[in-house]
Design a protein. Structure first.
Length: 469
């Protein structure tokens, strides 16, 4: 129902665009007013809140979601409902994400954020919802309402059993790293997550990743977790694309065993089944089904009070059902997979470096691919209450699972954000984000572009209501 509402919202929005004259007049008025409102706030008095000491729990690799990268001793305010609003002004040098038809434009964005955090003896819940609207000065096809929501809920049924629910939903028109306020994450990504490094040539993308976990704690050292998951990736407005993109629906099931070797080291075994159906594309046929059986061994350890390391690896058996217009065949085959991460958290500096190689989706360009990526993130406290966040990564989607296929897409992303808290819990951000993507090979994939965005934004916290202890 939610997906249908968003689709109808798009159709209605397409019919209600204002004329170019009125759009330019409105934009010409709003843009300087917004900039005038943003810059003076840097002169306001600074405020900062103290942080409590908290150490992250060491876990082995599995279906767990990543955790935000924190400074040593840093925690976020808990047991509260918060509401904030923000405004951004940015310049995008390749709005359509096409080097063959490169168009730059300025834009405004207005957003709000609803956050709910609650923890009791039995219940722990974190919910974050961000709707934002983008208004370009000249190009109107991206002027839409976007949505992003994340839910992480854990409920302790008994002293030994706990139930977990997680969901991550996104409905976006274009790619806006600074507007979605993506936090730097630590640790390796879940093996069931969708590809976050490759960007398709499309205007509208709907993605949803949901999962349900049942955890049994047998003893202080041993636990078993039974998990089920669902994911969906759907694209719209593919006009001008050389080939239509693949929509996908997938389901997964896993059994995870963890054993605590020492106080600071955990051993893990993960048995994972994934079943994904791809539809709508043309490179490998209109409909194709991929089944992946994975076995991962992992080791997670806190080497020191500030350093955490996770290593994992194992075989993946890939079986594909469906025809291929590329003339290739796909027999069942084994693929090696593995990766790891290292996280260091100090008082004024926190960094994370992760590497991963596995068979996964390709963000709609191909079907299942051999995905190899490396990512890094650095947070640093600067002088005068300023903080810098630097993130980047490189990835390759390789379609060589298909014996006669010859196609790869390489991507490199990076970004830096300077932020400063100001009066009333508000924050000023100055950001730069860049994306470079190149497709090669004989397959008719044309996801090649370079894109840069410069953003200045201001977030203002309207209200925070305590939920007690």
């Amino acid at each position: 129902m939610l997906e249908k509402n968003f689709e109808s919202e798009h159709v209605g929005g397409d019919r209600k665009h204002m004329g170019r004259f009125w759009r330019r007049t409105l934009w010409t008025f709003i843009f300087p007013v917004t900039l005038a409102a943003l810059f003076p706030v840097t002169l306001a008095a600074q405020t900062a809140s103290s942080s409590a000491v908290a150490l992250a729990q060491v876990v082995a690799y599995g279906t767990n979601v990543q955790t935000p990268l924190r400074f040593a001793g840093e925690t976020l305010p808990g047991n509260q409902i918060s509401l904030s609003m923000g405004a951004s002004a940015f310049y995008d040098d390749n709005v359509l994400a096409m080097n063959t038809h490169r168009l730059g434009d300025e834009a405004l964005s207005f957003n709000s954020r609803l956050g709910i955090s609650r923890q009791t003896k039995r219940l722990k819940i974190n919910f974050d919802y961000v709707p934002f609207f983008v208004l370009y000065r000249q190009i109107d096809q991206y002027d839409r309402l976007n949505h992003s929501a994340d839910l992480d809920l854990t409920y302790r049924l008994t002293s030994r059993f706990s139930l977990g629910l997680r969901d991550s939903f996104s409905y976006q028109n274009g790619v806006y790293p600074s507007l979605t306020s993506q936090q730097i994450m630590s640790g390796p990504a879940s093996p069931t997550s969708l590809n976050q490094m490759i960007f398709p040539y499309t205007t509208r993308t709907l993605s949803n990743m949901a999962g349900l976990d049942l955890k049994f704690v047998k003893s202080q050292r041993t636990s078993l977790t039974l998990s089920g998951g669902y994911n969906q990736l759907k694209f719209g407005n593919q006009a001008g694309a050389v080939q239509p993109l693949y929509n996908s629906r997938g389901a997964s099931g896993s059994l995870e065993y963890q054993y605590r070797l020492t106080e600071h080291t955990n051993f893990g075994l993960l048995l994972l089944h994934q079943d994904t159906t791809y539809q709508g594309g043309a490179v490998f046929g209109n409909r194709l089904r991929s089944q992946i059986e994975s076995t991962f061994l992992s080791l997670g350890s806190r080497l020191s009070p500030t350093v955490t390391v996770t290593l994992y690896g194992g075989p993946q058996y890939v079986h594909t059902v469906g025809g291929s217009s590329a003339g290739s065949t796909v027999a069942g085959q084994f693929q090696p997979s593995g990766g790891g991460s290292i996280t260091k958290e100090l008082r004024d500096t926190a960094l994370d470096l992760s590497f991963q190689r596995s068979v996964s989706d390709s963000a709609g360009l191909y079907t299942s691919v051999i995905n190899t990526n490396i990512t890094f993130g650095v947070r640093r406290r600067l002088a005068g209450r300023w903080e810098a966040n630097l993130r980047g990564g490189a990835a390759r989607a390789d379609a060589s699972l298909f014996q006669l296929a010859n196609g790869t897409t390489d991507a490199a992303t990076g970004g830096i954000d300077f932020s400063r808290p100001i009066r009333g819990g508000s924050v000023l951000h100055i950001s730069y984000d860049t994306t470079h993507q190149l497709s090669k090979g004989t397959l008719p994939i044309s996801a090649t572009f370079d894109r840069n965005q410069v953003t200045i934004s201001f977030d203002y916290r309207l209200k925070a209501i305590s939920l007690g202890r």
